[in-house]
Design a binder for this molecule. Sequence first.
Ligand code: HEC
Length: 117
Amino acid sequence: MKKILSLTAIATAVLIFSNCSSSKKAIAAAPAKFNYETNVQAVIAANCAPCHIPSKGGNKRPYDNFSNVKADIDEIIRRIELTPGTRGFMPFKGTAKLSDSTINVFKQWKTDGLLEK
Ligand code: HEC
């Protein structure tokens, strides 16, 4: 009888622990949504300065803030996907497109719902 009880206890413990680790995995597997502060801000600072960053001396439409970038996201994506040399292409006078992964930051942010943080 004692043997059966301790076997049951071990089996229960194994079940609990295995459930525990699989639920942790499920949480880790859900990718975080892109947001302005974590994903977009730095990409703009790196690629759209100084022209769109007033504190860097830019006098074009400011993209140093969440609300302007959110409001213009469709136009931003349209322009960074143009062929270099085409009218409206951004970054202005650039000779190469941003990398696919950088362009994807803007697209994924839009897909995820244009969150601020
Ligand atoms: C070298 C300066 C420069 C850089 C760098 C630059 N831009 Fe621009 N941007 C301009 C100029 C000049 C204009 C106005 C002329 C035009 O509309 O094409 C403009 C206009 C725009 C507009 C239209 C804004 C409006 O008022 O309707 C968007 C959107 C834009 N840029 C996005 C970007 C993005 C996104 C980046 C970075 C990936 C970027 N730009 C980098 C100079 C720049």
